[in-house]
Every structure is written in structure tokens, then in C-alpha cells.
Design a protein around this ligand. Structure first.
Ligand code: CP
Ligand code: NVA
Length: 296
């Protein structure tokens, strides 16, 4: 039966560990996998902008002998109102997997329901599971363990939600600090009982080995700029906050970053920052995910 990655909760603990380990092997032994995706084609549907996600999926396919087709929703009939189910059925006749970045999470669920080939969520308003696979790989590469504390600061939307789900599945200590009106969705909070949700940044930061933040203004929220900024001022990752973390903490950011807003320049460009390893690992982790969905 085909398997999709719509939510982080679609993967088991064993599957996540397998993808992280395979991603590391693929990074270290690139030649071994150079024709893994021979004759395989990935469709990449984008309704929002992207640098990392588009490039990492496309290069994952091309460097493994496969191909990828970029589909902007404005250029395909989906953007003019063709149904998601017809789109899923038509694409399933041509290609081997579908990756989609869009707004509504339920549109990706519907695409997965009607598609005969694996569907991968490449960011919705609710979740960003591919990002978290790369983040876990980056944490494991740098820390050699998941027996540590992750502290996330900022908006409790897509990235934070997938992070919380993954931490809960893997049993990683995780604290998510957000303003009360921007906490992770209640449904996900109830499903991830091991995660600490708080509006207290100091409580979250204490003893953290991984410090993570995301933009305060997500794609599609540009008109909320002024309104949101005033809630998030205390959630900035800066020297004062990181002084509460472990001395050897690593700093993660899914990017794109806004220096001086969610993170200060000295932290994002400082010695604890591993943001470019994290960005690179999008390609390796997704290659491992595709390997699992297409070939196992
Ligand atoms: N982190 C991430 O998904 O980046 P892009 O928006 O550039 O794809
Ligand atoms: N929360 C951000 C993540 C970008 C990768 C957004 O949705 O725009």
C-alpha cells in the first residue's frame, strides 16, 4: 500500500529514526545512491514561494538519477478550479510521487486520499514535516543523541506543530514558548502530552541543547505584520535568552530568517548556529524519505 507524509504523525518512531539514519548515510556515501531514483519522477506543486524546499527536492531527485517537475498552481488547472481529486488521479497516471506546498492542510489530505502515488506535505499552514526530518538529522549529526532538550521560541504554527509531534513520537524533551494567542493548535497540544507549552521563555530555555525559531510572519500573513510584531518581542532568540541554555547548544532556524526580529545577528551568524547544515540536510533527509516512499 502506498504511504503518504501529510502530517508528522504519519511516521512511527522507527520510521523517523530509519529516515534520519538513511539521510546521514546518503550524505556520506553519495555515489551509492546516484541511480536510486532511475525512471522515477516527482511532481512538485507550489502555491507558495520556496527556495530550500524546491531546490532540495529537485536536487534530491536529479542527483539520484530521477527527475522532478515544478508545477506552480497558477500554471496548472488546479489554480483555475479543477478539483483536487481529479488532479490527484491525473497526476497518478504520469508520475511516481507528488510533493505539495499549499495553504490548507485539508487540501493535502484530500490530494493524498485520491492519489495512487505517495503524497508529501512540503508545508501547509498547519505543518512542515519535511523540515523537521532535516532538523532531526541535523540534531543527530551534531549531538549524536536525541537524549536532550529542544526549546522552540515564537509562532506556534506549522514548523512548531510538526516539531512538537516529532518530539512526542521520539520521546525528546521539548518546550515550545509562544505568546498565549499564538500557541500550537489545541488539537495537536492534546495529542502531544509530553511537550511543554508555555508563554515563559526562560522556563523553555533552561538547559536546552537545541534552540529553534521561525519567522514571526509566515507566508500568507504579510498583512498581519504590525499586529503580530508586538506579541513576539519577548520571544526573540538573543544572547540573554541563550545564556540560559546549555553552553554547547546549537541554533536551528528553518529559514528564511529575519535578522533582528525572531533572532539577533550575533546568534544566527554565531558559533552555535548550524542553519546551513540544516538547510543542506533538507536534501539528504528528503532523499531518504523518497527512498522509503518510492522503493521500500
Ligand atoms: N525552510 C523552508 O521550507 O524554506 P523555503 O520556504 O525556502 O522552502
Ligand atoms: N512558518 C513559515 C515557515 C517557512 C519555511 C511559513 O509558513 O512561512
Amino acid at each position: 500500500m502506498k504511504k503518504d507524509l501529510v502530517s508528522m504523525s504519519d511516521l512511527t518512531k522507527e520510521e523517523i529514526i530509519e529516515i534520519v539514519n538513511l539521510g546521514i548515510d546518503m550524505k556520506n556515501n553519495r555515489d551509492k545512491y546516484c541511480s536510486s531514483f532511475k525512471n522515477k519522477i516527482l511532481a512538485m506543486i507550489f502555491a507558495k514561494s520556496s527556495t530550500r524546499t524546491r531546490l532540495s527536492f529537485e536536487t534530491a531527485m536529479l542527483t539520484s538519477g530521477g527527475n522532478a517537475i515544478f508545477l506552480n498552481t497558477n500554471d496548472i488547472q488546479l489554480g483555475r478550479g479543477e478539483g483536487i481529486s481529479d488532479t490527484a488521479k491525473v497526476l497518478s497516471r504520469y508520475i511516481d510521487a507528488i510533493m505539495i506546498r499549499t495553504y490548507k492542510h485539508k487540501d493535502v489530505q484530500e490530494l493524498a486520499l485520491h492519489s495512487d502515488v505517495p503524497v508529501i506535505n512540503a508545508l501547509t499552514d498547519d505543518e512542515h514535516p519535511c523540515q523537521i526530518l532535516a532538523d532531526l538529522m541535523t540534531i543527530y549529526e551534531h549531538k549524536k543523541s536525541f537524549d536532550l532538550k529542544i526549546a522552540y521560541f515564537g509562532d506556534g504554527n506549522n514548523v512548531a506543530a510538526s516539531l512538537a509531534i516529532a518530539a512526542d513520537i521520539l520521546g525528546i524533551e521539548c518546550a515550545i514558548a509562544s505568546p498565549n494567542n499564538y500557541m500550537v493548535d489545541e488539537f495537536i497540544r492534546n495529542k502531544t502530552k509530553s511537550v511543554i507549552y508555555t508563554d515563559d521563555v526562560e522556563k523553555a530555555a533552561k538547559n536546552a541543547s537545541v534552540v529553534y525559531t521561525d519567522t514571526w510572519i509566515s507566508m500568507g500573513e504579510e498583512d498581519q505584520y504590525e499586529k503580530k510584531l508586538k506579541y513576539f518581542a519577548d520571544y526573540q532568540v538573543n544572547k540573554k535568552l541563550t545564556s540560559l541554555c546549555k553552553d554547547d547548544y546549537i541554533f536551528l532556524h528553518c529559514l528564511p530568517a529575519y535578522r533582528g526580529k525572531e533572532v539577533t545577528e550575533d546568534i544566527i551568524d554565531g558559533q552555535h548556529s548550524v542553519i546551513f547544515d540544516e538547510a543542506e540536510n533538507r536534501m539528504h533527509a528528503q532523499k531518504a524519505l523518497l527512498y522509503k516512499l518510492l522503493l521500500i
